[in-house]
Design a protein around this ligand. Structure first.
Ligand code: PMP
Length: 309
């Protein structure tokens, strides 16, 4: 099966930085002037929520699902999002329009707002909404063509009882520590386990395995983010007649899987070909994985919010 060129991932740099228009609480600012207070508790404590979203050819992929997840995260941490969902939808679309973008990565942040130096969130009267829509850069094509090698890291995923991973909070230290450990081992992603040794997810991606012909992904109750890409891939796979289960599995199952891959908004679907020096399948991207990559890409330009229509 032929492979398309890989899409892209959020870039730290815009191709035309001077043009960037960043939304903060209903106003647009250039990169230099887009600022929030040093007393905002999102800066002081990581107390806030966010979303990473993508637009493909003027279509914001599954925007509604991303926004619903944002409101659910906010509810969990008792943070009031200052806009209603329809207003926020328009604010995101307007940010993309203002920047004249068709293909972009969108970072949406809701901060806790300005308070004092104590923890108390109830002393922060109002949060801020920040929306950055920026150009995107290609992930190296070899990740998709050759697949990815990753390692399991010592840092375990946060326990659900402590901080439920379904909350996409601005505190990503759990993931960042794991990412550092992966980087120390020469890998770009880390496999994270729970306290019982079950596979949970990677630092910024969900994980899937094809084992005995069935597609398995860890259930979110183990501490995995309920990824928008993950959910879309499960839908596609079921439509194609595959049996799909949200079921706990261990590294043993991963090592002995026929195929494995990661999913995420930035990465889309990346084949996994090696974990902890064990080859997955024959060590090349699997047939089912390649088929899902193709089907997912076909969906990205039609399954979302049309910005320019
Ligand atoms: N897990 C984690 C920890 C993430 O941060 C992300 C988002 N980058 C994902 C999974 C994938 O979620 P989505 O498909 O919604 O981007």
């Amino acid at each position: 099966m032929s492979q398309q060129a890989p899409r892209s991932v959020a870039s730290a740099e815009s191709a035309n930085a001077t043009d960037l228009q960043i939304y903060i609480d209903g106003e647009f600012y250039g990169r230099e002037n887009a600022k929030v207070s040093v007393f905002d508790h999102t800066l002081l404590y990581g107390d806030g929520v966010f979303e990473g979203i993508r637009a493909y050819d003027g279509c914001i992929f599954r925007l509604r699902e991303h926004l619903e997840r944002l409101y659910e995260s906010a509810k969990y941490i008792m943070l009031k999002v200052p806009l209603e969902i329809d207003e926020l939808t328009e604010a995101v679309a307007e940010t993309v329009r203002r920047n004249g973008l068709r293909d972009c990565y969108i970072r949406l942040v809701v901060t806790r707002g300005v308070g004092n130096l104590g923890l108390a969130p109830w002393l922060c009267p109002k949060g801020s909404i920040i929306i950055i829509a920026d150009k995107i850069q290609l992930y190296p094509p070899e990740y998709y063509e050759k697949g990815l090698a990753i390692v399991t890291v010592p840092t375990m995923r946060n326990r659900v009882e402590s901080l439920n991973a379904r909350v996409k909070s601005c505190n990503y230290l759990n993931n960042i520590l794991a990412k550092i450990e992966a980087n120390n081992a020469g890998c770009i992603e880390a496999l994270m386990l729970d306290h019982n040794g079950f596979v949970v997810e990677c630092t910024g991606d969900n994980v899937f395995i094809l084992r005995n012909g069935r597609l398995l992904t860890p259930p979110s109750y183990l501490g995995a983010l309920e990824g928008i890409t993950r959910n879309c891939v499960m839908e596609i796979a079921r439509e194609e007649g595959l049996e799909v289960l949200e079921q706990p599995f261990t590294r043993f199952d991963l090592f002995n899987a026929e195929e494995a891959f990661l999913t995420g908004t930035a990465a889309e679907i990346i084949p996994l070909v090696e974990v902890d020096k064990r080859k997955i399948g024959d060590g090349t991207p699997g047939e089912t994985t390649l088929r899902l990559i193709q089907a997912y890409r076909e969906r990205t330009t039609r399954d979302g919010y049309q910005v320019y229509s």
